[in-house]
Ligand binder design. Structure first.
Ligand SMILES: NC(=O)N[C@@H](CC(=O)O)C(=O)O
Ligand SMILES: [Zn+2]
Ligand SMILES: [Zn+2]
Length: 430
């Protein structure tokens, strides 16, 4: 397949030849007349690598499945996903890994599976499997109540280092949570809930404190540490100062506590939304390259589940389908804070490098043909009902996104703008 005259994120124009699963050549290949795909004026991006999704199987397939989650990914230009361990059973043993890996056979996109840590984990059998990373290791409870004590964290990081497996951490310190703020919340339901109480309950200081501790533990053992979903400038700076990598979610990048009166419980997640000044400071660190990765923490829950008080509603928002579309709108804006190269680095090149995916994350000869083509002149309104997640809603309802015209995984079209193709997603660690 020859893709003719595409614009790459750096602004250059090139033909891209795909042979089987691989990019065979990039350059002037006479693509003008002979191309199978005329990409003139369109942006060709490497498929995004979302190192943080919750596809909910086994255990919670009413929220999401590997089939629905991976379709949502493909329709949003994401070609590799990494699933987190807070399923049922939690992915803390070799057997639980195998059970999840069998379900991941339904995935349209390539995938990795993280192993988690609880009191009843079985590290020997877990590290025996082709894990993507150890993580997200929960330093405080979130969905699934997998928060662990300090001593267990120390042991787990040490074992990960011994096994040459990177560690990703959900960094919040529960000792700094303000229970009184949550007790004071009113009993409004769903969009009428007192959602700001969640942000007051899990304050910014709790993130920085946990990031610092995680960095100290990793330094002692020599583990490679990546901080999941950093939501504060303090947390990002603490990670960067200690030499850890970090990720930011689209929701912490684009929305803040100011949006909670409208979102209600649909805006409850961990870590919570922060003040508008903190959101702006996070944005600056994404734009200037201090932040290494954007990952979605795609955490679907149904509308029925979200229709509860702020105390009872589950934490988490979907995001895998809207991440790249939202980032491309920012990059296309004439006064945008970052451009297409930054987007490429944040969603593809950097995650591939950090986690050692040597064949992914670039539009270059010899790399996997994981590609997505965008017409940057055609943004469209985001509607939960148009998206492909099982959960049926989005915190970005009514925002504009630039969605891919098509997406390929290792040369196979998995989304053509209207329909999904067929593909056997692979474990990127096999
Ligand atoms: N982020 C969330 O609020 N929820 C996640 C868990 C997590 O990543 O902490 C979920 O699985 O629902
Ligand atoms: Zn988390
Ligand atoms: Zn998560």
């Amino acid at each position: 397949m020859l893709i003719g005259n595409a614009t790459l994120p750096d602004g250059t124009t090139a033909d891209v030849r795909v042979d089987g699963e691989t990019i065979d050549a990039v350059g002037d290949l006479g693509g003008g007349g002979e191309a199978d795909v005329d990409a003139t004026g369109k942006l060709l991006m490497p498929g995004a690598i979302d190192v943080h999704v919750h596809f909910r199987q086994p255990g919670f397939s009413h929220k999401e499945t590997w089939a629905t989650g991976s379709r949502s990914a493909a329709a949003g230009g994401v070609t590799t996903v990494v699933d987190q361990p807070n399923t049922d059973p939690p992915t803390v043993t070799g057997d639980a890994f195998d059970e999840k890996a069998a379900l991941a056979a339904d995935s349209l996109v390539d995938w990795g599976i993280n192993g988690g840590v609880t009191d009843s984990w079985e590290p020997d059998s877990l590290f025996d499997r082709p894990l993507f990373a150890l993580g997200e290791v929960f330093l405080a409870d979130s969905t699934g109540d997998m928060g662990i004590e300090a001593a267990l964290f120390d042991d787990a990081v040490e074992l990960a280092a011994d096994n040459d497996v990177p560690v990703t951490v959900h960094a919040e310190d529960a000792d700094l949570f303000d229970e009184a703020a949550l007790d004071a919340a009113d009993d409004g339901i769903g969009k009428d809930a007192d959602a700001d109480a969640w942000s007051a309950y899990r304050p910014a200081e709790a993130e920085a404190a946990a990031v610092e501790r995680a960095c100290e533990v990793a330094a002692d053992s020599g583990a490679d540490l990546h901080i999941a979903h950093t939501s504060t400038p303090e947390g990002i700076d603490a990670a960067a100062d200690a030499g850890a990598t970090c990720e930011v979610t689209p929701h912490h990048l684009f929305i803040s506590r100011d949006d909670l009166p409208e979102l209600g419980t649909y805006g409850r997640m961990n870590p919570p939304l922060r003040s508008e000044p903190r959101r702006e400071a996070v944005f600056e660190r994404v734009a200037d390259g201090t932040v290494d990765v954007i990952a979605t923490d795609h955490a679907p829950h149904t509308v029925e589940e979200k229709e509860a008080t702020i105390r009872d509603a589950p934490s988490g928002v979907p995001g895998v389908e809207t991440m790249v579309p939202l980032l491309l709108v920012e990059a296309t804006a004439t006064d945008g804070a970052f451009g297409y190269e930054r987007v490429r680095d944040l969603v593809a090149t950097n995650p591939a490098e950090i986690f050692g995916l040597d064949a992914k994350g670039r539009v270059a000869e010899g790399y996997d043909a994981d590609l997505a083509l965008y017409d940057i002149d055609t943004g469209r309104e985001i509607r939960g009902s148009d998206l492909h997640s099982n959960c049926g809603w989005t915190p970005f309802e009514g925002w504009t996104g630039i969605f891919p015209e098509w997406t390929t995984v290792r040369g196979t079209v998995v989304w053509d703008g209207e329909e999904f193709g067929e593909n056997d997603g692979r474990n990127v660690r096999n």
